[in-house]
Design a protein around this ligand. Sequence first.
Ligand SMILES: [Zn+2]
Length: 226
Amino acid sequence: MTRFLPILLALAYAGIMLALSVWRTQKVLNERSTPLTERRLLSDLAPLARALDLPRIDLRVYEMPEINALAAPDGRIYLTRGLVRAWAAGQISGPEIASVVAHELGHLSMGHLRRRMIDFTGQNAVFVVLTAVLSRWLPFIGVWIANLISTAVMARLSRRDEFEADEFAAALMVKAGLGTAPQRRLLAKLGDLSAQAIAGPDWLRSHPPIPERIAAIEAAEARWRG
Ligand SMILES: [Zn+2]
């Protein structure tokens, strides 16, 4: 029993920390966001709701200057003010924003948020066990190696989620009659942006390399055609 105690404690600790951070994130999102009201943009996004047989998609604008978007635990999609501004300035088109919304819809409908929470809790348990085992043989670098391994496992799982969300988005964009071109175009654009470090959206850093994502979208489309 005492053998498993550290694991149980690690799981409980991770669970509590996670619940707290989800609650805090949701609170900040609620406080600093308003519904998206830009009519022209809403009409560019309308084909997505139609393709999903939904009356509308609940979209909010989060007051943050960076270009970013996220799906929240409350099932809403948040676009940052920076993203809406880039659209207003003509840097990003309406159909390109639709591809971002489609990607976030993918995370929501495939249950990625819940899965990521379970993964996170599991990662902590793996870390504790690995540290205990490795430290026995490698007193000082055991913790470091355990951290490296559990982080790599997490990164792999998160990459899998991103490819799934991209494929969902590609299918939805095709069904909505928008095609995947805006999705690929936006990825290339954001790649340039973050390469110049102007507005490196943080979700790109946690996402797989852009050329790989574009290639996967093209491969999925070729599969559907074939
Ligand atoms: Zn994503």
